[in-house]
Design a protein around this ligand. Structure first.
Ligand code: ZN
Length: 159
């Protein structure tokens, strides 16, 4: 017999909708902190950050996308963000970050003129305290000061 009451179902729905709203608020605050980023639904491909096309649908395929696919532990919950109409940042939210995987990613980014910035779990907009947040962008991208990041974090609704 199902023992879940109508009130319990309503409460679960209320909590789920509250969590979703908080998640959206965190994402929006993070995107605003970076000067108004918009999420793109295209491939989360390092080539796109370099102003190149992703080769996923080319005959030989895309080496960068294949590598990301093979490194799912670090390449978890990837999103790609646009600024001024151009791919600007890729964000990963892995639960675990292994040193060897991170070193590999940092080397790859370095060889492409990109940087990957590992942020503390508390700053993760995906799951604060649960996942790390890795921001990958061009080296020339203006750095955000720790002070500005803190200010932005205090605007985010705590859970
Ligand atoms: Zn690609």
């Amino acid at each position: 017999m199902d023992t879940v009451t109508r009130e319990e179902i309503a409460e679960r729905r209320r909590l789920a909708s509250m969590r979703l709203q908080q998640y959206e608020e965190r994402r929006e605050a993070w995107a605003a902190m970076h000067g108004g980023l918009k999420e793109s639904h295209g491939h989360c491909c390092l080539r796109r950050l370099q102003g190149l096309k992703c080769l996923k649908y080319h005959q030989k395929g895309c080496e960068d996308c294949d590598r990301a696919e093979a490194n799912r532990t670090i390449w978890d919950h990837p999103t790609i963000w646009i600024k001024g109409g151009k791919p600007y940042m890729i964000v990963l939210h892995p639960y675990y970050v292994r040193d060897d995987e991170l070193n590999q990613l940092q080397q790859l980014c370095g060889s492409r003129g990109l940087v990957c910035n590992v942020r503390p779990k508390e700053e993760s907009f995906y799951l604060p305290g649960g996942t790390w947040m890795i921001e990958i962008s061009r080296k020339v991208t203006a750095e955000i000061s720790e002070e500005d990041r803190l200010k932005s974090l205090t605007l985010i609704t705590s859970i």
